[in-house]
Ligand binder design. Structure first.
Ligand code: FDP
Length: 345
């Protein structure tokens, strides 16, 4: 290791970097739980081939998706590691139908929504996957009883958010609303070490990321925008196409190289595929904190309030110039459409 300024996640959390951060100790504790869950998940993924942990768990989840064995391991790791911090009031997981309670003796002040293993259809072929999480302060004043008010939250009210990327290196990228920081897992010492300070996305980019197999179902605005950027309209060089199919990986590349990631609503799925509380909202928070933009096609994703814990929303995020251009196409060609959020989920 060549750096002469070695800062671990834990030391960074307790440092003076975030002068205005409230409840620094609670956050440091909560993040030690998240980092632990990410390390357990990372280890399970890397060892899956030796421990027969690839493949299906034999159950389906609330979204009618086949659950993988690694989904179950990651979900258990997040629940256990978060509960044991004693900072969590209640949780929402992509893998569970309803709000996950925390016993009174273990309960704290924060609501955490997470997707323990995002992109899991890529697991069995060793393509990068991730975990995503968002954190809010609880709203309920009523002792231990949580309500929908605690979890159906506006993205902009988030306290912190982040993701882990299990790629060629494992990273934890996070924000407390004061910039975006990236930590890389040093497997030799088992610590996340600060490697990316104040990450910022390029103003413009020339990579687009979308599942083009759905193009016949897209709205006209998205179709016309993609047609323009890939054909070199207005004299520009055509954009490159990159789509991994794991949201964390596609967003991480977009953050580092610039460009645009899209998962629009379409005629098959009017609200797209991605879930607000633990996919779209936290990654929008990261994107905005890195000077990027995230929209559902009519308003910033962070200004939305979901009506249910697993609500899906269309999403377009990335370099601000790309999002601005996309919105001009949406406005020009989709004028007869309702706001995507208005459509039935
Ligand atoms: P996956 O189903 O493999 O878990 O929301 C989940 C997600 O992956 C995202 O990570 C990814 O961006 C998207 O779905 C991929 O969906 P498509 O296969 O429809 O492109």
């Amino acid at each position: 290791m060549s750096s002469n300024n070695l800062i671990t996640l834990h030391r960074w959390l307790l440092s003076d970097t975030h002068k205005n951060m409230e409840n620094k100790l609670e956050m440091a504790n909560l993040f030690s739980g998240i980092a632990l869950a990410c390390k357990i998940t990372n280890n399970a993924i890397k060892r899956a081939g030796f421990e027969s942990n690839f493949g299906l768990a034999g159950i389906t989840n609330v979204h009618s998706e086949d659950v993988k064995k690694l989904d179950v391991i990651a979900n258990d790791a997040f629940k256990m590691a978060l509960k044991s911090t004693r900072e969590v009031f209640c949780m929402v997981s992509e893998e569970e139908d309803s709000i996950i309670p925390v016993s009174q003796s273990q309960a704290g002040n924060y609501v955490v929504a997470f997707d323990p293993l995002d992109g899991s259809s890529n697991l069995d072929c060793n393509v990068s996957v991730g975990s995503i999480f968002s954190i809010w302060s609880k709203v309920s004043k009523d002792g231990h009883n949580y309500s929908n008010e605690d979890v159906l939250r506006k993205g902009r009210d988030m306290t912190a958010a982040g993701y882990a990327l299990y790629g060629s290196a494992t990273m934890l990228v996070l924000t407390f609303g004061q910039g975006v920081y990236g930590f890389t897992l040093d497997n030799h010492i088992g610590e996340f070490v600060l490697t990316h300070v104040e990450m910022r996305i390029r103003t413009k980019g020339s990579i687009y990321s979308i599942n083009e197999g759905n193009s016949i179902y897209w709205d006209k605005g998205t179709q016309e925008y993609v047609k323009a950027i890939k054909s070199g309209a207005d004299g520009r060089a055509p954009y490159s196409s990159r789509y991994i199919g794991s949201m964390v990986s596609d967003i991480h590349r977009t953050l580092l190289y610039g460009g645009i990631f899209m998962y629009p609503g379409d005629t098959k799925s009017p609200n797209g595929k991605l879930r607000y509380l633990y996919e779209v909202a936290p990654l929008s928070f990261i994107m905005e904190q890195a000077a990027g933009k995230a929209t559902n096609g009519s308003s910033p994703c962070l200004d939305m309030v979901p009506k249910s814990i697993h609500e899906r929303v269309p999403v377009f995020m990335g370099s601000p110039a790309c999002i601005e251009e996309l919105l001009t196409y949406q406005k020009k060609f989709n004028h007869n459409l309702n706001s995507p959020h208005e459509k039935d989920n």
